[in-house]
Design a protein around this ligand. Sequence first.
Ligand code: NAD
Length: 545
Amino acid sequence: MNETICGLPPPTNATPLAYAPGSRERDSIRVELDRALAASVEIPVIIGGKEVYTGRMKPVLCPHDRTKIIAHFHEARPEDVRDAIEAASRAKAEWEAVDWRERAAIFRRAASLICGERRFELNAATMLGQSKSVYQAEIDAVCESADFFRHYGGFMKHIFEEQPASLPDEWNRLEYRALEGFIYAISPFNFTAIGANLAAAPAVMGNTVIWKPATAAVLSNYLLMRIYREAGLPGGVINFLPGQGSVTSGGLLPHRDFAGLHFTGSNQVFDSLQRDIAAGLGNYRSYPRVVGETGGKDFALVHPSADPEVVVAQAIRGAFEYQGQKCSALSRIYIPASMKASVLDRLVEETRTIRTGDVRDFGAFMNAVIDGAAYESIMGYIERAKASASCRILAGGKGDSSVGWFIEPTIILTEDPRAESMSSEIFGPVLTVHVYDDSRAEEIFDLIDSTSPYALTGAFFARDRKAIELAQARLRNAAGNFYINDKPTGAIVGRQPFGGARRSGSNDKSGASLNLLRWTSPRAVKENFAPLREWRYPYMRPETD
Ligand code: NAD
């Protein structure tokens, strides 16, 4: 049955639907939003393919309208964590023995479901639960999730094709094995597709996974679990444990079979997980693979030769889409004094026209930030900037948490290029501007490179080719994803592999075979077709002269 060299069809990236007035998709998503708001989903823990209702229920709210409860989820208990380890271990042998193309085909089927009959359901859950506009949800939950799933086959083929050379009388080969043990996937709230990839990437490589989703994304993430089942993923391959991270980590990280962590989220959490893993060394069966993508303080440098209109449009999308809650969101911009009127004043003017609102209001460019803690934290940065002598608020600066957690798109101007809002990750709709003297253009490179501990994304705007060449060289280590005349957000699977170094993470590049490479443990096999029978070397023979 496996006597074939056929591969999977080549991947293509999904095309986002536009949801323009009068379109069919606009009608469909409205129907689905109404349906989802009227329903109240009960989300179980899922272990070994079985739903477990633990009774410890927590509500899931719409961040833009806190009175609306769209679901309740059951929190995992310590005994569920133990059961999940057993389920992952039971499912392992059979799953890793499945042909890699068959494993990839399951995720291809999931991609087709996401782009087809489950599209609006997954999109609506992401819009309501994570407060995303229809288009932001479409490019995330639908397109990026499907892109990951459709690319896995090609990424795996690329890895598996890496084979050693052989002489005529030997056969050398690399076998790509799953890791021994289970993989622990922990996902953030801000992208449904990140949750999809963190659990699915190790799984497609033959591993079994225990997935702890973020509470605010639990509804869309649960729908992914249902899609996996519908696509034919066997029970126990991905086990779903919503709830408190301390409970899942408490059971999983000290376990002997913990084989790897696939994490995306804040530095604080990743640091604490790394410490726990370090404390467990010596107990583990293998050295665990630790892949973590964390924060960013993403920049744009505008060169005096830049096209002002391009800068303004890209800066607005880069900084304020999804309320700035993207790890790649533009949060500091350096503008030459000569472009104050053409770029800065225009940027402020345009930002003042942005409307925030409910996700069902399609005229709103922005929606709410994720929860009360995020609201307080972001407003704290804004208030401290207001109180600082070196900062001035040029646009926005106000929040309103009476219905949902809304914060105006805010632009801060600072004379101090190392001000708090130029260096700390705010993770909200706040863009800080520093205006530099055109004659100091080359000093700015070092300033950008050294202002924050992160190195995730950055953008350079210029028409001068020499300047573009120089910026690429001088900002070489300042960002793992560097954009020229484009916003620093919106990486696409297979086209812009994503991740950064320094404090931004392990830079294992999701959306590329580099990430899947972390979830395999190769075995080199040598077979000798003409083995020697003599153990003595020729040099040992007696000299005859
Ligand atoms: P977070 O760190 O607060 O939470 C991430 C996940 O960790 C959640 O599921 C949370 O419940 C869980 N968690 C918390 N404590 C835990 C513990 N002890 N054990 C196990 N799990 C635990 O992050 P967030 O607010 O969901 O996401 C925002 C952060 O994620 C930002 O810093 C952002 O830059 C980062 N992020 C980075 C990337 C990237 O690719 N670099 C992408 C998206 C988000």
